[in-house]
Design a protein around this ligand. Sequence first.
Ligand code: TYD
Length: 222
Amino acid sequence: MNGTFESRRGFFITFEGGEGTGKTSQINILKTKLKALNVPVIATREPGGTPGAEAVRHVLLSGKAESLGAEAEAILFAAARSDHIEQVIRPALSEGAIVLCDRFIDSTRVYQGVTGKVDIELLKKLESVVCDGAFPDLTLILDIPPEEGMIRAGARRKSSETADRFERENLEVQRKRRDAFRKLAENEPDRCVLIDASGSENEVSDRIWSIVEPRLQQSEII
Ligand code: TYD
């Protein structure tokens, strides 16, 4: 945490959703579009984004922390996020960049909070300590039926890879997460926009651009 947040000039966009919703591809497409407009942009991901946070990512996704319980996992996600914010996100925003982040606080709210049943008050406290003002300006929630998402996530994996700790969970859990993400979009309509992530990559990226472009124009970034 530091006191430089007041000097922030950039724009912070997070991408959220269940497994296999196509966030990573859409972040790459948006990054290319913004670069073509000569706007400074970085793409990053959670858990991860710094060497320390990537190490924590490995512990979390391998399932090695699973036996510690969902609360401890939430604390580890928060520790990784803290490093990521201080080393990458906050400096980029204060230099005026657009930051595109693959998952952020809403994944914790949904995965650890709703399906992990971690006390929401603990999550709120972690969020306020860790984010300290570095809160997304816009959150795009990519939405598809979990059946489709699981097929996409499976197809994406190389034959040598196995599903990670969270991908392994069953369809019912994935459905609960989808509902929770949709509820988030309903509850925070100024920040969160639900994006229909079905259809071709181009169709989805057009939907995303129709939301992002006016917001960036409004903030006089493009
Ligand atoms: P990743 O391979 O990046 O998944 P995806 O491509 O679906 O985004 O793995 C990240 C996993 O970590 C994903 O299953 C969601 C989970 N996660 C949480 O449970 N809590 C969090 O706060 C974050 C950031 C991710």
